[in-house]
Design a protein around this ligand. Structure first.
Ligand SMILES: Cc1cc2nc3c(=O)[nH]c(=O)nc-3n(C[C@H](O)[C@H](O)[C@H](O)COP(=O)(O)OP(=O)(O)OC[C@H]3O[C@@H](n4cnc5c(N)ncnc54)[C@H](O)[C@@H]3O)c2cc1C
Length: 564
């Protein structure tokens, strides 16, 4: 029996302080509905059961189908897109088992599950088949509609999501609007009180789905993000799938080019708030899901590598005993463990933000709390995606390396993992754009405030390690200050990646210290990660120092060699 709800996931799940979230979702346990939860204990038992069941479905049902899904991919015939049969079976299995609409309210047929718990399901599904997560994860469409749609839109669409009768798509990207979504030009035209969409969208995952959320220019003549609104657009003959992409990985999920020919649509929320409010919310949910997807891939790559390294013998011994091999395994293990702490806490931060959003909507005076919770979620979400999508790529790369020549062959799973990992640091905003989103928290002091806790933790077994973390924190804070002494904004941008990486390491150390304190079997991982972190922080600090010395305010000279 293969169950992906493993001991590490159980441990990190147990670390989540879910009580305020569950109390809010379950209306202080006062609801009388048949499927409402009556207490915190009941909720935790129920989530644990759902996770265990999802882990079993991922390990036993989805994983064995992943190779066929990858081989068959999706098809476009006579304008209709079809998934591989195994993908359909996977989706049917998830629907029959009640996982569709996991985060929707019960009145729409959902499970009212916290984001942080659903995240673990996404991670396990991705370990089994990363491409399936794109289809399952697109329930974010329904969650966004639940937040911002009208009651009529919600009643019409959400129950169908919860039953698994419809699938969704998020249509933002266009040929000339990728990272820069302010450049979106697909037109939204209002005629006799009704909206119609006209134009092209590119690279839309499951663009052939039934319910699309589309970013479009509703304010003719504008060029900025303020001229964009969000629209709900249901499948119709006026939306044509022009092609599906022939791509490197995630073959189970169709990537579509869409032509909208005056397709009927409905406004979601307020006009002109499409990009600045609704897409930011939608994308943050999707970024978290991609982080979970990436961690699932990293876990799969790690497990494949451990398995193979134990089987393969060279020079009269198993390769797992060779330092150059177990060095890679050790590094993967520490990165995955500490990144799991980051991912799960990011999910919790999003849950906390959503509590205050709901309270604010209900008229409660929680402006300060909402602002603080939003700032934290807005920092941790790109930090997670930055960290974990890069980790997935490194883990898949090293896992293939450990496999040697067979890793390059289709007979082994790791080549698929390498191909699937590659998209995670591109879509939902590239790694470089995650840096842009995360750096503000370092500049404005949120990171420093968040890290203060590490100075006052009362640890007994890991006092020495705590001191070392504090020393690394001080180095990182000095590096941030030294960059911001510079006038050149180009210097700030150039070094932002280094600073965000330093912040990611420190944040993970902060989260992992108490875990290792409480769990002696995790102390080796903490110590190994700390040792590697020390080297990495010093390296990044040095890099910034030398750049400053050598180029300083003239850093822009570095591009001269490439300008044509
Ligand atoms: C398989 C797949 C599925 C996708 N699914 C969807 C989907 O469902 N819905 C959807 O709307 N879109 C989707 N996309 C689009 C995806 O989100 C974009 O490809 C991605 O955001 C990058 O945009 P781009 O490809 O135009 O690259 P560009 O924006 O052209 O970027 C090119 C390079 O320039 C860098 N760069 C650009 N601007 C900056 C900056 N300001 N600072 C630093 N570096 C910068 C980027 O990091 C990148 O390295 C998908 C893409 C793929 C490949």
């Amino acid at each position: 029996m293969s169950n992906y709800y493993n001991s590490s996931r159980k441990l990190h799940f147990s670390q989540l302080e879910l009580e305020p979230v569950v109390r809010d979702l379950e209306h202080e346990f006062k609801s009388k509905g048949a499927d409402s939860l009556g207490s915190m204990e009941e909720a935790l038992t129920w989530y644990d059961m759902l996770l265990n069941n999802a882990g079993e479905i991922a390990g036993e049902f989805i994983a064995p189908r992943a190779e066929a899904v990858d081989e068959k991919g999706c098809k476009l015939e006579d304008g209709t897109v079809s998934w591989a049969q195994e993908t359909q079976e996977n989706m049917d299995m998830l629907a029959q088992s009640g996982y569709m609409g996991a985060m929707l309210e019960r009145r729409f047929g959902g499970l009212a599950m916290p984001v942080s718990v659903n995240n673990i399901i996404v991670e396990m599904i991705s370990q089994a088949d990363a491409s399936l997560m794109n289809l399952y994860g697109l329930q974010d469409i329904a969650v966004t509609l639940q937040k911002f749609g009208t009651e009529e839109q919600k009643q019409r669409v959400l129950p169908k999501f919860a039953k698994g009768e419809v699938s969704g798509a998020m249509a933002l990207t266009e040929p000339d609007a990728g990272s820069d979504l302010q450049a979106v030009s697909l037109k939204a035209i209002e005629k006799d009180g009704k909206w119609y969409l006209d134009g092209v969208k590119r690279f839309i995952t499951n663009g052939s789905g039934d319910v699309l959320l589309v970013l479009a220019r509703s304010e003719a003549g504008t060029t900025s993000g303020r001229g964009l609104s969000m629209f709900l657009c249901e499948k119709s003959p006026e939306i044509v799938v022009r092609r599906i992409e022939n791509k490197l990985g995630i073959h189970g999920s169709p990537t579509c080019e869409l032509q909208f020919n005056m397709a009927p649509a409905e406004l979601v929320g307020k006009r002109k708030f499409g990009l600045i409010k609704y897409v930011m919310s939608l994308m943050n949910g999707a970024r978290l899901a991609v982080s979970a997807q990436a961690l699932g891939i990293a876990q799969a790559a790690f497990e494949e590598a451990v398995e193979y390294a134990n089987e393969r013998e060279q020079f009269g011994k198993r390769i797992v005993e060779i330092p150059a091999v177990y060095q890679m395994l050790k590094s993967m293990q520490a990165e995955i463990e500490t990144s799991r702490a980051l991912l799960y806490q990011t999910g919790l931060a999003v849950d906390m933000m959503e509590i205050y959003e709901r309270k604010a909507k209900a008229g409660e005076k929680v402006k300060t709390e909402l602002r603080a919770a939003t700032a934290l979620a807005d920092f941790l979400t790109p930090l997670s995606k930055f960290t974990i999508s890069e980790l997935a790529n490194r883990a898949a790369y090293d896992s293939l390396q450990i496999h040697g020549g067979v890793g390059y062959m289709k007979d082994f799973k790791v080549e698929r993992l390498l191909r699937d990992a590659r998209i995670t640091n591109i879509y939902e905003g590239t790694t470089q754009l995650q840096v842009v989103a995360a750096i503000g928290a370092l500049v404005k002091g949120l990171f420093e405030k968040e890290m203060e806790e590490v100075r006052s933790m009362e640890l007994t077994s890991l006092k020495k390690e705590q001191k070392e973390v504090i020393s690394l924190l001080d180095k990182t804070l000095s590096a941030i200050a030294s960059v911001h002494e510079m006038e050149s904004l180009e210097f700030h941008d150039y070094t932002a990646t280094y600073l965000v990486e330093m912040a990611s390491i420190l944040y993970r150390l902060k989260l992992y210290l108490p875990i290792a304190e409480q769990n002696p079997d995790k102390r080796n991982i903490l110590k190994f990660f700390l040792m590697e972190s020390d080297a990495r922080i010093r390296y990044l600090e040095n890099r910034i120092f030398h750049l400053k010395e050598q180029y300083g305010e003239n850093i822009d000279r570095l591009k001269d060699d490439f300008l044509k």
